[in-house]
Design a protein around this ligand. Structure first.
Ligand code: ARG
Length: 561
């Protein structure tokens, strides 16, 4: 139930001739004893030519409704106390009736969002660097769908560019089929490194590499088939990681190579619009402000990352007619996406204003970029297996003979990694410490999963509870929780508007803390049947919100742990 909106409507009746409805401010008082909502009246004083207290008194009159228990004027604020029984009855019924659909909104109805996320590079390990894009992108996808948007999720594989010419060359000269089959990513990486070592000694190899890429671009069958095989093997490996993460819902896997034959058109368009300039043999587009020029073609004629992204953006607009296009990519590519937007604008595509880079920070370990002991980049697959292993160890210590231990450790381990990623605002760097993120207490994934499992065991399959809320008393613990449950939909709407899954992560922590405080202070199941039933019902509603919130983030709820 949207109480805030109700309050706005009532207040607007008084302020209608002076203030826009959107500008009416409703706050949550820091001290809950001051009420559930507070309306500061100072800003209206000027336009209404009245003292804040006088305005507050008028608003108080307007808020005469059985939705509210009490409305007070204090120093230019109107403090509103909600009628607890009323809201409890409404909100609990709403949750229990709608179940996982509770919190759905239709603000995105008829609109399409294209989200480009994960997008690892073939022939390279799926590293922790791509974890963030995968996890944030997946959450944004779920959140957008919950808000009624149609979402197209795109895994834009990095599968094109001069490096693949080098790789094909290296394979033909120093590789063998058997080794690639056995251990594709490691072997391809070895070949790539070998190419660079040899090129140090013999610089003409770089020309060979470029020639080999030219062959690929010109669709030479042999080169293409080797490249395609590398790509297939890489995708097979990536899928193992996606499987572990439980994230594999891409609508499209059209990577950079898909745009090989779609770039000429962009280049032609740039020429026709007089935007392409020559600079030291290369073709560039000069940009406004202090943004570096966009390099469209190298002096040897090879296209670049941005050339493909231009073709991809135009293709996506023409194919999906998106209302928004999101690119979930690290902070370090901010310049690239600024250039992309600007070039699109110069081409006359005014929809470039709906193209958004969604940047994020790095994953650090002890304050430094995460790497193996040998200084290599860390494979996500290994990190996940380690998290699952540690989760299993914790389960053994707590609850050795639990059924389904493998599955439970898997979900706790992976959930912990995902939650740690999403609980901070995305542009911040995050610290990765396996032991901390797997703690069952504190702001962790396992803490939320544990709260959910606790409720499940309390309910013990009793889900068809019916009660009459008029007969019960609602204490402070219950009220804080219920009031927050009522904010689920608002939280989901804001997390879409700000492209910020951390709002939901923090919300789930709040709900879990409120529930656990209540649980610690109250005998849940006692002789008073009516009161017991009401507690169980509120707990059941809480579990629905927790589970759905976790689902949005990509985390599984567990009935036992
Ligand atoms: N493959 C790129 C990388 O690993 C990310 C691609 C992001 N998407 C895009 N349309 N540029 O850095």
């Amino acid at each position: 139930m949207n109480i805030k909106e109700e309050i706005k409507n009532l207040v607007y009746k008084v302020l209608e001739n002076h203030v826009n409805k959107e500008d009416i401010v409703i706050e949550y008082p820091k001290d809950r004893k001051m009420g559930d909502y507070a309306l500061p009246c100072f800003t209206y004083a000027k336009v209404l030519h009245k003292a804040p207290v006088a305005i507050a008194n008028e608003l108080k009159e307007a808020l005469n409704s059985d939705l509210f228990e009490k409305v007070e004027v204090v120093n230019g604020y109107v403090n509103v106390f909600i009628n607890k029984k009323n809201l409890t009855k409404n909100i609990i019924n709403e949750i229990i009736t709608n179940k996982e659909n509770f919190g759905n909104s239709d603000i995105g109805e008829g609109k399409t969002i294209v989200i480009d996320y994960s997008s690892p590079n073939i022939a390279k390990p799926f590293g922790v660097g791509h974890l963030r894009s995968t996890v944030i992108g997946n959450a944004l996808r779920n959140i957008a769908i919950k808000n009624g948007y149609k979402v197209i999720s795109i895994n834009y594989l990095g599968d094109w560019g001069t490096q693949f010419g080098k790789l094909v060359y290296a394979y033909k000269n120093w590789g063998n089929e058997e080794a690639v089959r056995k251990n594709p990513i490691d072997e391809l990486k070895r070949l790539y490194v070998k190419f660079h070592e040899e090129a140090e000694k013999n610089p003409s190899l770089d020309d060979e590499g470029r020639r080999a890429f030219k062959l690929l671009e010109d669709k030479d069958p042999e080169s293409l088939s080797i490249w395609k095989w590398f790509s297939d093997e890489s995708i097979k490996e990536f899928n193992k990681t996606y499987e572990l993460l439980g994230i594999n819902n891409f609508d499209s896997w059209q990577g950079e190579s898909f745009y090989n034959d779609k770039m000429d058109r962009v280049v032609d368009e740039l020429i026709a619009k007089n935007l392409l300039e020559e600079s030291e043999g290369a073709m560039i587009v000069n940009l406004e402000g202090d943004i570096a020029p966009a390099l469209i073609k190298r002096s040897d004629g090879a296209t670049l990352y941005i050339t493909r992204d231009l073709a991809a953006a135009i293709y996506r607009k023409e194919t999906y007619n998106f209302d928004e296009a999101l690119y979930v990519v690290g902070n370090e590519q901010t310049l690239h996406f600024n250039q992309l937007k600007q070039v699109l604008g110069k081409l006359g595509y005014d929809w470039n204003k709906n193209v958004h880079h969604i940047p994020f920070g790095m994953i650090l370990q002890n304050g430094k970029k995460m790497s193996t002991r040998q200084g290599k980049s860390v494979k996500l697959h290994d990190v996940l297996l380690e998290a699952i292993g540690l989760a299993k160890q914790y389960i053994d210590e707590r609850n050795g003979d639990i059924e389904d231990k493998e599955n439970i450790s898997h979900k706790i381990g992976v959930g912990a990694v995902i939650f740690n990623d999403l609980k901070n605002y995305r542009t911040n760097d995050i610290e990765f410490n396996l032991e901390d993120i797997l703690k069952f207490e504190g702001e962790t994934g396992p803490y939320i999963q544990y709260t959910y499992a606790r409720i499940m065991s309390l309910l013990n399959n009793r889900q068809d509870i019916t009660i009459n809320f008029d007969e019960i008393a609602i204490n402070e613990y219950e009220w804080y929780l219920i009031f927050k449950l009522n904010q689920f939909k608002d939280t989901i709407i804001s997390s879409k508007a700000n492209y910020d899954p951390s709002l939901i992560a923090k919300y789930l922590i709040d709900i879990s803390q409120d529930f656990n405080k209540w649980y610690a202070n109250e005998k849940f199941i006692d002789e008073n049947i009516v009161q017991t039933q009401s507690r169980l019902l509120i707990a059941y509603a809480t579990s629905i919100v927790l589970k759905e919130g976790m689902r949005l983030l990509g985390i599984d709820a567990l009935n036992k742990m």
